[in-house]
Design a binder for this molecule. Structure first.
Ligand SMILES: NC(=O)c1ccc[n+]([C@@H]2O[C@H](COP(=O)([O-])OP(=O)(O)OC[C@H]3O[C@@H](n4cnc5c(N)ncnc54)[C@H](O)[C@@H]3O)[C@@H](O)[C@H]2O)c1
Length: 371
């Protein structure tokens, strides 16, 4: 199969959809991989590494797209990329269509087959192609929070682990899912005193069991949130209510009860944020201060560690890419009901119910197309 890897063009996106080792796997299976010149540079993968892996390099972006049967990307296609798509091509990338009606309509008009990373499910539950980025963001949240606690960043001047004779910082993580567990684990590793709040008892049981009581697990209520606000030096917001905006768990009024120079890291900012005073920030200017509390609200945290994120993402996507390349989209989806959940658009038809409902468009079951 002719597989193309264009360079990402969204502002400040440095990831790439395939590493040189991924390219080598595909070439080894008899496929042709064309990488747009410079596509991997932002993630630390020079063109020469792709060439050494057996990929073709192409400087002309129009050719990269037009000659491909399967296009691999990271971010949702931008308008000029949608215009390059055509019937008969398969696009495999993050799409997040429920938030983007013009993109949804554009992809339908293109006639292409569009499979979204984020709607693919797994037999053991969860979203296997979203989880790697949540893992990155959760781990980064502690790094960002620790840095923000430094005096020069507006923080209280606290070192997370303390030192002998000085107590460690108190870290509260709200939401103990993929982001939350990874954040809590990092904070624990750095020697902080860690509490995780969640609404799900099974989730708290899992964490308690996994960490043998080394982190406190607390059921999330108005009371426990108020206590977290009073006591914590660093609070990490990591809640997710699927299909809904994040609930505002810390209000502006509650900031008055926080210690001056304490830090809020709102990882859920990509779903609107779980603190009332959160507003999206960028890596160029990640923090701001409200009522003496430092806020870190970067919406694309994994972008700062583009190399690690690229490797984590492509490890997760490669088995699906191999299936698409070896079997074609129809057979690959027919063979794997979880993979089939990824199909969002095919030849003008919408195959993902939540997206169709969001825009009042007709919905066609994937099973009808692959059966
Ligand atoms: N900013 C970024 O760069 C970035 C990157 C990755 C993920 N995220 C976001 O991080 C958030 C968490 O993602 P995840 O993969 O960990 O989700 P997840 O589904 O694995 O975990 C969410 C957890 O929140 C809990 N929860 C829901 N409502 C709650 C409440 N009121 N109080 C306490 N806990 C509650 C759930 O029980 C669940 O355990 C999402 O909004 C996701 O979009 C952001």
């Amino acid at each position: 199969m002719q597989i193309a890897v264009p360079k990402e063009i969204k502002n400040h996106e440095y990831r790439v959809a395939l590493t040189p080792s991924g390219a080598r796997e595909l070439v080894g299976r008899g496929h042709t991989v064309t990488v747009q010149a410079g596509a991997g540079e932002g993630a630390g993968f020079p063109d020469a590494d792709y060439e050494a892996a057996g990929a073709r390099l192409e400087a002309d972006v129009a050719k990269v797209w037009s000659e491909a049967e399967l296009i691999l990307k990271v971010k949702e296609p931008q308008p000029e990329e949608v215009a390059r798509l055509s019937r008969g091509q398969t696009l495999f990338t993050y799409l997040h269509l429920a938030a983007e009606e013009p993109l949804t309509r554009g992809l339908m008009e293109s006639g292409a087959t569009c499979i979204a990373y984020e709607t693919i499910t797994a037999a053991q539950g969860g979203l296997p192609l979203l989880a790697p980025m949540s893992t990155v963001a959760g781990r980064m949240a502690v790094q960002a929070g620790a840095h923000s606690l430094e005096k020069a960043q507006g923080g209280a001047g606290i070192l997370l682990p303390g030192v002998p004779g000085v107590a460690p910082a108190k870290v509260t993580v709200i939401g103990g899912g993929v982001v939350g567990e990874n954040a809590a684990r990092m904070a624990l590793g750095l020697g902080a005193e860690v509490t995780v709040l969640d609404k799900s008892i099974p989730r708290l049981e899992t964490l308690d069991d996994r960490y043998q009581g080394r982190m406190k697990t607390v059921f999330s209520t108005a009371d426990s949130l108020e206590e977290a606000v009073r006591e914590s030096d660093l609070i990490i917001g990591a809640v997710l209510v699927p299909g809904a905006a994040a609930p505002k768990l810390i209000t502006r009024a509650m900031l008055a009860d926080m210690k001056p120079g304490s830090v809020l890291v709102d990882v859920a900012i990509d779903q609107g944020g779980c603190f009332e005073t959160s507003k999206p920030t960028t890596h160029a200017e990640p923090t701001y201060v409200v009522d003496g509390v430092v806020h870190y609200c970067v919406a694309n945290m994994p972008g700062a560690v583009a190399r690690t994120s690229t490797q984590a993402l492509t490890n997760a996507t490669l088995p699906f890419v191999v299936a698409l390349a070896d079997k074609g989209w129809k057979q690959a989806l027919a063979d794997d009901a979880h993979f089939a959940q990824g199909l969002n658009v095919h030849e003008g038809q919408l195959t993902y119910r939540a997206v169709a409902e969001a825009f009042g468009l007709e919905y066609v079951e994937t099973a009808r197309l692959i059966g």
